[in-house]
Design a protein around this ligand. Structure first.
Ligand SMILES: *[C@@H]1O[C@H](CO)[C@@H](O)[C@H](O)[C@H]1NC(C)=O
Ligand SMILES: *[C@@H]1O[C@H](CO)[C@@H](O)[C@H](O)[C@H]1NC(C)=O
Ligand SMILES: *[C@@H]1O[C@H](CO)[C@@H](O)[C@H](O)[C@H]1NC(C)=O
Length: 522
C-alpha cells in the first residue's frame, strides 16, 4: 500500500513541473476585455506556482492579493483611450473609420510610448534587482514591447488577443496569404470573390509597407529615448530594434481552430482561446437564478459588451428595442448600465451580469452579443447560438465566420437596429433547434481537445523557459525575405531573359532588313 502511494506520488511529480519561474506579463491596454485576458493569464500562472509581475492599467488591490504577484500600475494609459473611440453614434455615422488598420497602428504606438514612458515603468526598468525567465507581451499592433527583452535578456512570448492574422504572424513567420485570409479588421470569410481578394491584398501590402517603412521611425525613437539610456547605464548591449522585434519565441493566440479560421500556422503559434472561462461555473445570484429557472419559454440574453456605453445609445433605439423585446414570448435579460422606464413584463434590465453563468443555464436559448471574441468563445464553450451585432475591431470577422458556419446571424449596427434585429429574430427563433445543433457541434469539437486551454498556456510558457527560448520552434521563413517567398526574383529573371531575347530577335531581324535605320546611316 505504501509502495502504491509512493508510485502515485512519483507520477504526480512527473506531471507537475514544480519549478517556479519569474514571469513578466505586459497587458497595457485599458479595455475591459483585455483586462479579463490579462487577469486570467496571471491567475493560471500563479496557480501553477510561478512568480508574476503584471503590468496593467486595472488597479484593484483586493483582486490581486497574492504573495507571488507584483503589480505595476499603468492606469495613466486610460488617457489615450478616449471614449470617442467607442462612441456608438460616431461609429454608426461612420465618423470613426475602424476599417483603417493604419489608425489602429498609430493608436498602438501612442499607447506603447505612454507605457514605456510611464514613471512606474521607468523605475521598474531601471531596477537592477528585476530578473525574469520569460516575458509575455500583448501584441496590440505595436512591436514595441519586444524591447523588454533587451532589458531582461530573456525569451519573449507574444500574446495575440484575436484570431490568427497577418500582422502577428509576420513577427514569427511570414504574413498569411491574403488570398484566403482576411485582415482582422475587414472580416471577410474565405473563399473570397475577386474584388475581396484584390482588396485584401491591397490592405495587407499597405500594412506591410507601414510596418517596414513608416512605423519603425517613431518606434526606434521611443526605444532610443526611453530604453537605450537604461541599457547603457546598466552596461548592457543595445541591440538593434529590428533584431528585438523578430526575436519572439512563441505566439499564444486567444483563438481556436473551431472558430472558423483553420489556416496553416508555424509551430510556434499556439491556440489557447477559452482559458479565461471558469471551469467551475459560479452560481447565479438568487434573483437571476429564479428568473432563469422560471422562464418557461427560454431566455434571450442581450449584451453589447463593456465598451459601448448605454448613455451613447439614442433614445429612439432604446424605445425600439424595448418594444421589440416586449413582443417576444421569451424572457429577455438586457445588460445595460442604467435602468430603463416602461420596460415590458418579460424584459429585465441588469447593470451587471455573470455572463458565463447565464450562458451555462439550460434555459438560456439565445445570446445577442457584439461578437467580441470572449463572448463568442463563451457561446461556443456553452453551446449557445447567437446574433452578433459587431461594433468594431475583429467583431466583424467573428460575426461573419459564425454566420457562415450556420451558428449565428449577423446584424449591422445602424439607427435601424431594432428593425433589423426583428428580422434576424424572426429568422433565428423559428429555427432555433437548427442553430443550437450547429453551435453544439462546434462546441463538441472545441471540447474534444488533448489539452485544456489553461493547461496549454502553462505548458507552452514553461516549455519556452525550459528550452531557453524554444529556438527549435522558430520558422525558417523569418530568414527568407518576402520577395524571395513570393519568387519576385524569379519573376525578374524571367522578365529580364524575355527582354534580352526580344532585343536579340529584333537585332537579328534588323540585320536582314535593308530598311534598317542603322544600315541607312552607314
Ligand atoms: C510563491 O512562490 C514560491 C516559490 O517562489 C512557492 O514556494 C510558494 O508556494 C508560492 N506561494 C503561493 C501562494 O503560490
Ligand atoms: C470627441 O469628439 C467630439 C466631437 O468630434 C470632440 O469635440 C471632442 O473633443 C472629442 N473628445 C476627445 C476626448 O477627444
Ligand atoms: C533573443 O531571444 C533569445 C531566446 O529567447 C534570448 O535569450 C535573447 O536574449 C534574445 N535576444 C535579444 C537581443 O534580446
Amino acid at each position: 500500500m505504501a509502495d502504491l502511494k509512493l508510485v502515485l506520488f512519483g507520477i504526480l511529480l512527473l506531471f507537475c513541473s514544480c519549478e517556479a519561474y519569474k514571469i513578466l506579463i505586459i497587458f497595457p491596454v485599458p479595455s475591459t476585455s483585455h483586462g479579463i485576458l490579462g487577469d486570467n493569464m496571471v491567475k493560471h500562472l500563479l496557480n501553477a506556482g510561478h512568480e508574476v509581475t503584471y503590468i496593467t492599467p486595472f488597479i484593484n488591490k483586493k483582486k490581486y492579493d497574492h504573495p507571488n504577484l507584483t503589480i505595476i500600475d499603468v492606469s495613466a494609459n486610460e488617457e489615450h483611450f478616449d471614449e470617442n473611440l467607442t462612441n456608438i453614434q460616431m461609429i454608426m455615422e461612420g465618423k470613426l473609420d475602424f476599417k483603417d488598420p493604419i489608425l489602429m497602428t498609430q493608436l498602438a504606438i501612442m499607447m506603447a510610448s505612454s507605457t514605456l514612458g510611464n514613471p512606474n515603468i521607468q523605475k521598474f526598468l531601471k531596477d537592477p534587482n528585476q530578473q525574469f525567465d520569460v516575458i509575455i507581451g500583448e501584441y496590440m499592433f505595436s512591436d514595441m514591447y519586444s524591447v523588454f527583452q533587451a532589458v531582461f535578456q530573456c525569451p519573449l512570448i507574444w500574446f495575440s488577443t484575436i484570431q490568427p492574422h497577418w500582422a502577428i504572424l509576420k513577427m514569427v513567420h511570414a504574413p498569411l496569404n491574403p488570398s484566403y485570409n482576411s485582415d482582422y479588421i475587414i472580416g471577410n470569410v474565405a473563399p473570397f470573390t475577386f474584388n475581396e481578394r484584390v482588396y485584401e491584398l491591397w490592405v495587407q501590402l499597405k500594412g506591410l509597407y507601414y510596418h517596414k517603412y513608416i512605423n519603425p521611425g517613431p518606434e526606434e525613437k521611443i526605444y532610443s529615448e526611453l530604453v537605450a539610456p537604461i541599457l547603457k547605464a546598466q552596461g548592457k548591449p543595445v541591440p538593434n530594434y529590428e533584431e528585438l522585434k523578430y526575436n519572439a519565441s512563441l505566439v499564444l493566440g486567444n483563438s481556436q481552430v473551431v472558430f472558423g479560421n483553420p489556416v496553416p500556422l508555424p509551430p510556434n503559434y499556439q491556440h489557447i482561446g477559452g482559458y479565461h472561462i471558469d471551469e467551475d461555473v459560479k452560481p447565479l445570484p438568487e434573483d437571476l437564478k429564479k428568473l432563469m429557472d422560471n422562464a418557461k419559454n427560454g431566455v434571450i440574453y442581450f449584451s453589447l459588451g463593456s465598451n459601448v456605453k448605454s448613455k451613447d445609445l439614442p433614445e429612439s433605439m432604446k424605445e425600439g428595442l424595448l418594444e421589440l423585446f416586449g413582443k417576444l414570448k421569451q424572457t429577455v435579460i438586457w445588460k445595460f448600465e442604467k435602468n430603463l422606464d416602461n420596460t415590458p413584463k418579460n424584459v429585465h434590465i441588469v447593470q451587471w451580469a455573470p455572463q458565463q453563468s447565464l450562458l451555462a443555464h439550460p434555459n438560456l436559448a439565445l445570446f445577442i452579443s457584439h461578437g467580441g471574441l470572449l463572448s463568442v468563445t463563451e457561446a461556443v464553450y456553452f453551446g449557445k447560438p447567437f446574433i452578433a451585432i459587431p461594433v468594431f475591431a475583429d467583431q466583424f470577422l467573428n460575426a461573419n465566420s459564425f454566420q457562415k458556419m450556420g451558428a449565428a446571424v449577423k446584424v449591422d449596427l445602424t439607427y435601424n437596429l431594432h428593425k433589423d434585429l426583428e428580422v434576424a429574430l424572426n429568422k433565428v427563433l423559428p429555427e432555433l433547434p437548427k442553430y443550437t445543433a450547429r453551435i453544439k457541434e462546434i462546441s463538441a469539437a472545441y471540447h474534444d481537445s488533448p489539452m485544456k486551454p489553461k493547461d496549454a498556456l502553462n505548458f507552452w510558457v514553461e516549455h519556452v523557459v525550459r528550452t531557453r527560448g524554444a529556438p527549435h520552434l522558430r520558422s525558417v521563413a523569418l530568414l527568407v525575405p518576402l520577395y524571395q517567398q513570393a519568387y519576385l526574383d524569379l519573376l525578374a529573371v524571367i522578365l529580364a531573359v524575355t527582354v534580352v531575347i526580344l532585343l536579340v530577335i529584333r537585332r537579328i531581324l534588323s540585320l536582314f532588313t535593308s530598311e534598317s535605320p542603322k544600315l541607312k546611316r552607314n
